[in-house]
Design a protein around this ligand. Sequence first.
Ligand SMILES: *[C@@H]1O[C@H](CO)[C@@H](O)[C@H](O)[C@H]1NC(C)=O
Ligand SMILES: *[C@@H]1O[C@H](CO)[C@@H](O)[C@H](O)[C@H]1NC(C)=O
Ligand SMILES: *[C@@H]1O[C@H](CO)[C@@H](O)[C@H](O)[C@H]1NC(C)=O
Ligand SMILES: *[C@@H]1O[C@H](CO)[C@@H](O)[C@H](O)[C@H]1NC(C)=O
Length: 574
Amino acid sequence: MMPTATLTLFLIFLTLGFHHVRSNTLTPESLPSSPPEQPHRTAFHFQPPQNWMNDPNGPMYYNGLYHLFYQYNPSGPLFAEHMYWAHSVSHDLINWTPLDIAIAPAEPFDLISCWSGSATILPGNKPVMLYTGIDSENRQVQNLIEPKNLSDPYLREWVKYTGNPVINLPDGIQHDDFRDPTTAWLADDGKWRIIVGSQKDKKGIAFLYQSEDFVNWSMHESPLHEVAGTGIWECPDFFPVWVDSTNGVDTSVMNSRVKHVLKVGLFDYQKDYYMIGDYNFVNENYVPQNELTLGTLRYDYGKYYASKSFFDPVKNRRILLAWVNESDSQADDVAKGWSGVHSFPRSIWLDKKQKQLVQWPIKEIETLYENEATVQNKNLEDGSSHEILGITAWQVDVKLSFKLNNLEEAEKLDPSGVDPQLVCSEMDASKKGKFGPFGLLALASHDLTEQTAIFFRVFQNNGRYIVLMCSDQSRSSTRNGLDKTTYGAFVDIDPQQDEISLRTLIDHSIVESFGGGGKTCITARVYPTLAIKDEAHLFAFNNGTESVLITELSAWSVKKARINTEENVGRASQ
Ligand SMILES: *[C@@H]1O[C@H](CO)[C@@H](O)[C@H](O)[C@H]1NC(C)=O
Ligand SMILES: *[C@@H]1O[C@H](CO)[C@@H](O)[C@H](O)[C@H]1NC(C)=O
Ligand SMILES: *[C@@H]1O[C@H](CO)[C@@H](O)[C@H](O)[C@H]1NC(C)=O
Ligand SMILES: *[C@@H]1O[C@H](CO)[C@@H](O)[C@H](O)[C@H]1NC(C)=O
């Protein structure tokens, strides 16, 4: 815990050393009413009422409420030089009440922009946040901020520490290569640690800093980790996971029952990668069991970036959020008046085999469920499909499992050196195989002109079975000028032992899929023109020559959540 003397010093800083944020406020009263009904605005995914949004920032639980901040441009639907932290609170991570802007560019240490950062709850239940400022000299520096009034249940106002920046640009690092401080962890030696993303000569770096008082930070002699050739690391995240439980772990826990995850966003590739390894704070040694390479582990093999996790002490879980950007054009975004959504919150834990993480939509989604549709033991022959009726196909959560027989008939594929995304785009949903494609046709028009196909193929290689999962956007919209990249990844399951399961959250323009119980996740953005509202359909399908059995299927219509809407203002206290 924090030594008494430094804690006292820190409290003095808290009372004297901060001054008010000059903020361009987004008051609930001045919230614009949502633009006219738009078919691609989401119903249960987090977005602001309008304008540009990107990274989730500083998610935390504090005194009965979840807080979520996010990168926001209050002036329009495109990314801008001056970025702000917008702020919302929630009781359930589903319905969100918008509050005033929490951090705005104003001081020499953040005059140009306020970029991403993280929250830490200090001993005595005091939340603080570190964020990246782009200073008046256009340098990236790290700043400290704290709530003005801890008795305000909403923590509406935040004050910047007058001693900012607390961490300056290191020598030899370019002015725009130093950002995104993590949640801090505290070791038995009484020192807090954070990492900050950077690069030097294309070597991605997680610089490690230590502090006893959260104000005076020193760079450790060696970075926590670095990998040549990967370019700048953004939005790093570093957290423990239990080796023997699906529960979450507080960020400061270090013992033999945990492994440590290091996640980094590769700016050059706009993708989040992670490593699982062992961390020892005594020598500050982090040894990943899988070194970071472009072919390795990702949280999500579709569109999913700048993610951040936090420990939820109420439900004892670690929750993961991410930015999912648009696949339409900037002109489309200007016409819509908004750009960017967040992924549906996911619980995240270490898989039993300890080689990868598992993710699953948080249980609270069930509070939005209405009418359920179920199917059992439905055999799908070659070329057949089964329409899932009785649900709203454009706002739905669907889970199903497939059982396969005669697996020895599977086609051969040697997966070594194979790019699964390339296999998925070459063998899209229209290409017949033996086992596969089978899966779901989401946001499909009645004649299937429009469809987003999330499907599997099963291959064999030397007596082993290989499961490929794809999300094929090539026919997702009749519109041109959209990014319709097909995504794909392998799923580490054995179809001889396990049924092949798929869960997909469909919400107007986002399709989030979880294969193999959450071992492989793929998120896509789509903009159908025909398959909207009641004209959207949902099918289970099989276009492989071998039949597959749906052992179980359940789908639920998902109601619209109250997300940053005017009707929700003032509800946070209920
Ligand atoms: C702090 O917040 C509480 C609860 O909203 C309020 O009663 C109190 O007046 C606030 N204190 C200051 C100094 O604003
Ligand atoms: C800051 O921390 C370093 C390392 O612990 C220490 O050497 C230095 O004296 C501290 N500076 C201040 C102003 O407390
Ligand atoms: C945002 O979308 C564009 C177009 O689809 C894509 O090229 C880019 O990689 C995306 N960025 C992120 C962070 O997902
Ligand atoms: C199934 O395969 C046939 C023949 O390859 C193709 O024409 C059709 O579009 C496929 N169906 C789906 C749903 O992709």
